[in-house]
Design a protein around this ligand. Structure first.
Ligand SMILES: [Zn+2]
Length: 273
């Protein structure tokens, strides 16, 4: 309940910042005065209407379409490959960019999100828990292969989606290695990117990823990806059923600014305590 209230407050606060012109001003000021452009990695789970699992994991098809339309008009969407080139070369893009990612490998990624992504010509990356492929509501290998040959790239997300920091290291290593191997075999491409199940990681898990030849891993820590980013703690921004205003506010990074951040925390603590 508190989580839903917090999300609604973030939505309302973002809309207010957008409608009052704060987001617009922030973007204009950034365009002229920011030292460098930023790359923001977005992450989604389901694109569809809520089913039996956590409703917070869903973005409605209408909201997703609205968000993609907004990106087409206001942003530059780049692929995960392009993101890695910038980060590995320690270079900045010429303008702010967005990378679209999905976690787990839900069937609606193929049925709902993929046609919308195609319509706007956007690349995206799906982090798949390979042991769940073909199960109820999950992608099949045929769907994964079809998308892999058509602008969607794939990363590993373990086999069974465990809490990697809570199982023993040998088991964690097997989860990571087997998801990479299976995905590589199925799509016939090298898999070098990982997303932590539940966003949970520690130094031991990072060490395993490096030993297994991964290039990077995505967390669920909010923020933008910059050239000084630790490649194994890439920041990402979770997207919900945001209004256009709240989505624009999230993309602008306004929530990470000191006054907006402070006001939001203040409102949350006043309303939720
Ligand atoms: Zn996940």
């Amino acid at each position: 309940m508190r989580k839903i209230m917090r999300k609604n407050l973030a939505n309302i606060f973002g809309t207010v910042l957008y409608l009052t012109g704060f987001v617009f001003m922030r973007n204009v000021l950034r365009k002229y005065f920011a030292k460098h452009a930023k790359i923001r990695i977005l992450f989604y789970h389901h694109v569809g209407l809520p089913g039996d699992d956590d409703p917070n994991l869903y973005v409605s098809p209408a909201a997703f379409e609205r968000q993609m339309r907004h990106l087409k008009r206001d942003s530059k969407v780049i692929s995960f490959d392009e993101l890695m080139s910038f980060l590995k070369d320690k270079a900045y893009p010429e303008q702010d960019c967005v990378v679209i990612t999905f976690d787990d490998g839900w069937k609606d990624n193929y049925e709902v999100a993929y046609p919308i992504l195609k319509k706007y010509g956007f690349p995206a990356t799906i982090f798949v828990a390979t042991g769940l492929v073909g199960k109820k509501n999950m992608l099949t290998w045929e769907q994964i292969l079809e998308m892999s040959n058509d602008g969607i790239s794939f990363g590993a997300h373990s086999v069974t989606h465990p809490h990697l920091t809570k199982i023993d290291l040998k088991a964690a290593r097997e989860e990571i290695l087997n998801s990479k191997k299976e995905l590589e075999e199925q799509i016939g491409k090298k898999v070098s990117w990982f997303a932590y199940p539940f966003g949970e990681f520690n130094s031991e898990i990072i060490k395993i990823l490096k030993e297994l030849d991964f290039e990077c891993a995505c967390s669920v820590i909010n923020g933008s990806a910059t050239r000084i980013e630790d490649l194994f703690i890439l920041k990402r921004n979770g997207v919900g059923n945001f209004s256009q205003g709240a989505f624009a506010a999230r993309l602008s990074g306004v929530f990470e600014m000191f006054p907006a951040n402070l006001i939001r925390r203040l409102i949350e603590s006043l309303c939720l305590n």
